[in-house]
Design a protein around this ligand. Structure first.
Ligand SMILES: Cc1cc2nc3c(=O)[nH]c(=O)nc-3n(C[C@H](O)[C@H](O)[C@H](O)COP(=O)(O)O)c2cc1C
Ligand code: SF4
Length: 482
């Protein structure tokens, strides 16, 4: 019942590539994916990275929960040599939901156990863990913070969609205060505290997250913010610059400073009358946004992202993960999908066009920074052809590390499968029907948030949870054959 993805062979997906006029490449020689890569003073043993993916399964005090442990043990055993730990808030008000993990003095013991257990599982299944890099994404959810939005700037399109008061449905008004310059100055300390704890509990890298329209990403595009952190390029990058400088000064030199950054924001989409996604109304020139032309929100413009990456490298960032979009406002950019989550819009473009957008933007960054350890995004939509496309991109210098998100929720041992059998386990290939995103969006849980994972292919972990959520949404059943 697939809508777009009907390919039975590489030849068929190549024919679609030609029809769509895009530039996806494939090869059966997977060897480029298993070459080691230097990252700062460290070496990762292969080119695979598990993308950060929060499970929304922490305890209310921010400590990782049972399902969080389970996820990282499975990822550890899976064979990827880079595990990019999920969004971890730098303070309690920076969380995106009441179950997002928070690293602080009272939760650090649980984080230490995650690192130890993940590395032990890696050693058991894969031999040495000396070439495994396990990092943590430090986040401030900004506009999407729980319980209240913390905004960096007034976004004419996102403000009316950003709920301030769930009881009344009130949204961000023109009077809603911005996070002040002084608050931003103080916030750097929270990043330092969290990063030092991340090092103490054994993580190899910390990610200063600048993506998906959370706080630091919103700052990057805040041309219309007054004061020290808005307007000019220098001002918009100031917070991330000060944070990266502070971290480089505070952390031991073997700790890698990484960043996951949007290279293109795009503007919000909504569900149109025929269920397809359609862009919200906008006025030109765009008041804010990052990585896009101010005169055309659909055109990727890498001028500023390239300039910022060059500067961040001088500040000591040695690992960059390129991503795009806003998961709440236009998920088709960030995670091309076959079917949307409940209440979401149908993909307004062929999802392979979305994959191609990721690959081309990442290629431009890699070509300008040939020696940068650069993680690419957008691979899960390729389903069983993911390894061949990944290998061709590494072979051609379009990217150096393959980041995989949903496909590893469905098949956390994806790399081991390739090593052991030369192909993915076809019975557990992510079909991008968005059940995981649907779980993330379901809040009617006693703790205020349902945990997320892959119900169709990880039944042991999530089938009961999925049944419960289906009952809640009985009248809005998504496609049933994932
Ligand atoms: C359940 C879920 C949770 C996610 N959590 C995060 C997160 O914590 N941090 C982040 O940067 N991206 C997060 N993402 C986005 C993924 O890292 C990734 O960019 C996206 O799924 C596209 O990659 P894919 O096509 O391989 O899935 C999440 C995605 C999913 C599906
Ligand atoms: S629920 Fe599983 S198969 Fe479906 S999109 Fe998410 S990871 Fe993929």
């Amino acid at each position: 019942m697939s809508k777009f993805f009907k390919y039975k062979s590489v030849a068929e997906i190549e024919a679609e590539n030609t029809r769509l006029g895009i530039d996806l490449r494939f090869t059966d020689d997977l060897s480029p994916l298993f070459a080691p890569i230097a990252i700062g003073s460290r070496v990762a043993g292969n080119r695979w990275c598990i993308h950060p993916m929060e499970g929304c399964d922490g305890e209310l005090d921010g400590a990782p929960g049972e399902l969080t442990f389970r996820r990282y043990v499975r990822f550890g055993a899976g064979g990827s040599k880079i595990i990019w730990g999920e969004a971890c808030a730098v303070n309690m008000n920076a969380r995106a939901n009441p179950r997002q993990i928070v690293l602080n003095e009272s939760t650090k013991g649980a984080f230490a156990k995650i690192v130890t257990d993940c590395r032990a599982a890696h050693r058991d299944a894969n031999g040495s863990d000396s070439d495994l890099l396990f990092g943590l994404q430090l986040t401030h959810s900004g506009r999407y913070s729980h319980p209240r939005p913390i905004i960096a700037t007034h976004d004419p399109i996102l403000d009316p969609r950003t709920v301030v008061d769930k009881a009344t449905g009130a949204t961000v008004s023109p009077e809603y205060p911005l996070i002040s310059d002084d608050e931003l100055k103080r916030l750097v300390d929270d990043y330092i505290k969290a990063a030092k704890l991340a090092v103490e509990v054994g993580f190899d890298f910390v990610d200063v997250k600048q993506c998906h329209r959370y706080l630091l990403n919103e700052l990057l595009g805040a041309r219309n913010r007054p004061g020290l952190y808005g307007g000019s390029f220098e001002n918009r990058t100031r917070f991330a610059r000060e944070t990266i400088q502070a971290l480089r000064a505070a952390l031991p030199s073997h700790i890698v400073i990484a960043t996951r950054m949007n290279v293109y924001d795009g503007i919000p989409f909504h569900k149109s009358a025929n269920d397809d996604g359609a862009p919200d109304a906008y006025t030109l020139p765009l008041a804010n946004g990052w990585g896009m032309s101010i005169s055309d929100p659909f055109a990727v413009d890498l001028t500023e992202p390239l300039r910022w990456i060059a500067e961040m490298r001088r500040l000591g960032v040695t690992l960059v993960n390129a991503t795009m979009g806003n998961p709440y406002a236009q998920p088709h950019y960030g995670r091309p999908f076959e079917y949307p989550p409940l209440d979401g819009y149908e993909s307004p473009e062929h999802p392979l066009v979305g994959v191609d957008r990721h690959f081309k933007a990442t290629e431009a960054i890699q070509k300008a920074n040939s020696d940068l350890a650069l993680v690419g995004t957008g691979y899960s939509y390729l389903q069983e052809f993911l390894p061949q496309a990944a290998a061709a991109n590494v072979r051609d210098g379009r990217v150096s590390i393959i980041g995989v998100g949903r496909a590893t929720l469905a098949q956390p041992d994806l790399v081991r499968q390739l090593l052991d059998t030369g192909k993915l386990d076809r019975k557990r290939v992510c079909r991008t029907f968005s059940y995981c995103t649907a779980l993330m969006r379901t809040k009617q849980h006693p703790m205020g948030q349902y945990p997320t994972g892959c119900p169709p292919f990880d039944k042991e972990g999530y089938s009961d949870i999925w049944k419960e959520v289906q009952q809640l949404n009985a009248k809005k059943t998504p496609p049933a054959d994932e």
